[in-house]
Design a binder for this molecule. Structure first.
Ligand code: GYE
Length: 376
């Protein structure tokens, strides 16, 4: 029997290391409240490995821990954003994702961030429901030296407390809606007619709601003949859109334009108008404007139900992942705030060109081909 003392000591050390690593691997934190179910386990260890090989195989991979708190699941847009997040921050891509759906409750969001801090996430990603209420908890993340990346909606908080933001220019989306309406009415020879408008707003206090409202208001303010009859909240949901539209139809005899702050609300408004026997869209009496350009929204544009739909891109997670990879490599991010590419769609036969300070947008018609090639 070979009992050389050095070999013997090496053998004992390797054995101890294996035990220690096995213990560490088994005791990887399990957080029952999160819904990712991602655990860092190692299975299928091939037989006949040496102690050192086993030790190496048992070493926990350094997955990057991402705590992501999502707004909820209120719309098609949101579902697409969540799906993108789960695809991008997968274990195969080197991440351990701790996902929280806040179901539109701001308190759940701040609690989730505090838990992410306690659990020492490597990065915290937030899609904030509201613009307000963030400073205290983001300061805590900052002092814990955990980078915070914001997706989609913006917040009222010093730029010092977050590393990057990827999202949309909601004010510009609202301006485009106003500009389109102005040109469309001119084209129809209704440029000087009184126009009765109702809006169905998104969640009050969300930057998407505030921005789209402000942008459209810039055009509203230029037109004394445009009358805003009401602006009520549909909470970015189909049922909300339907309910608000039903009330509007009971309350107002004449509605010329309905502006829905997302496609789900617009589809709800369509259902309410269908039920009331009111025609809308390209060949109808009511002009319908929407935001998001989700698949269902674009199908409605293609069918002529929605006149104009202003895209809001839900695929920010790949951009966030690219930023995280840079940070991991020690590279500074060039920009803190980043806008995603977006388009504008219409059922007009002659799609308009929209202009803002620094860009020109050719609106597009929706075709089957276009829908086939879209990721969401
Ligand atoms: O328009 C809506 C969603 O924040 C831009 O939230 C997002 C909005 C989007 O639920 O559909």
């Amino acid at each position: 029997m070979n009992d050389h003392p050095v070999k013997h000591t090496l053998f004992i050390s390797a054995l101890l290391l294996v035990c220690l690593l096995a213990y560490t691997a088994c005791s990887v934190k399990k957080t029952p409240d999160y819904s990712s179910g991602c655990e860092n386990t190692h299975t299928n260890m091939p037989a006949g490995l040496s102690a050192a090989e086993k030790a190496r195989a048992l070493l926990p991979e350094k997955l990057i821990k991402i705590g992501f708190v999502q707004v909820g699941h209120e719309s098609d847009w949101r579902i697409a954003a969540t799906k993108s997040c789960q695809e991008v921050f997968s274990e195969e891509n080197g991440y351990e994702l701790f996902f929280v759906d806040a179901d539109n409750d701001p308190q759940v969001q701040t609690d989730a961030v505090r838990k992410f801090i306690q659990e020492r996430m490597d990065y915290i990603l937030i899609d904030p429901i509201l613009t307000t209420g963030w400073t205290a908890v983001l300061k805590e993340a900052y002092h814990a030296q955990i980078p915070v990346i914001l997706l989609d909606r913006t917040i009222d908080c010093s730029k010092r407390y977050y590393t990057a933001w990827f999202g949309s220019d909601f004010v510009r989306e609202g301006e485009y809606a106003g500009q389109w309406l102005q040109s469309y009415l001119n084209r129809q020879g209704r440029g000087c007619d009184p126009i009765h408008i109702v809006t169905i707003n998104g969640t009050e206090g969300a930057s998407a709601q505030l921005g789209r409202t402000e942008g459209f208001r810039r055009y509203l303010n230029r037109h004394s003949e445009w009358k805003l009859l009401a602006e009520e909240c549909g909470d970015f949901t189909e049922s909300g859109g339907r309910m608000v539209m039903e009330q509007y139809l009971k309350r107002y005899k004449s509605i010329d334009v309905v502006i829905c702050q997302n496609d789900n609300e617009a589809l709800g408004a369509c259902a309410a108008m269908d039920e009331a026997g009111i025609s809308y869209g390209k060949d109808g009496d009511v002009i319908l404007i929407s935001f998001d350009a989700s698949r269902a929204g674009l199908e409605a544009v293609m069918e002529g139900k929605i006149n104009a739909d202003f895209e809001c891109n839900p695929l920010s997670p790949p951009y966030a992942a690219a930023a995280i990879q840079k940070l991991e490599a020690g590279i500074r991010l060039k920009e803190q705030d980043n806008y995603l590419p977006e388009e504008c769609f219409t059922s007009d036969e002659r799609p308009m060109i929209l202009k803002s300070e620094d860009e020109t947008k050719q609106m597009r018609n929706v075709t089957r081909e276009l829908l086939k090639n879209r990721a969401y």
